[in-house]
Design a protein around this ligand. Sequence first.
Ligand SMILES: [Zn+2]
Length: 217
Amino acid sequence: MNKINCNIIGDLLPLYVDGAVSEDTKKLVEEHLAECADCKKAAEDMRKELVLPVHETVRAAETSFLQKMKKTWQKRRIRTAVISVAVTAGVILGSYMALTIPQWIIPYKPVDFSVAVEDGMVCVYYTGKGRINCSYGYDGEDEFFLYFTQSPWSAYVEPLLEDAEQEEPYRYQIDSVDCIAKVYYGEFSKGLDVLYGKEAEMAAQTELIWIRDEASQ
Ligand SMILES: [Zn+2]
């Protein structure tokens, strides 16, 4: 190998490494590199200097971009999750309120109601459809007034959630049979500001569903 060739190759190397030489020049350089260890090493060093840093910079930029995207995506995902939870909770709460807030008084039907004395206590049973939402009772002298209410939830949803085989009639225990002579069912509070002393008025608005059998005492 003569020195001139190495100098010429040295001038060409940057272009060669960049791939900016003609096929003929490329062939000439490669022939020289195959036989000259010094120039081969110079070419390799130049490749490391020129190519690797660029590659690493690009890769670092890509990584940073991807991490940024990932963070943004995670933030969006959290926000979406929070919104979803809030919307779901709102829908559930709204549905529950719509199902539980409207209430109506269960109308009296002899087939759905029964009154019995058990262990000396007067008890009202409801065997009709759905569950009882609330019971309202008023104790006058020896007369008792009551009504039951239902909501869409207790009337239609609750029976679906419970085991039908374990279903027991709703039981409302009033008082000792010694204290109760008559049981009335119906909406007794309507238009009555004070209940006390209005038993006759209440009796007119409600239905007499049970009278104590004096002989059975
Ligand atoms: Zn050389």
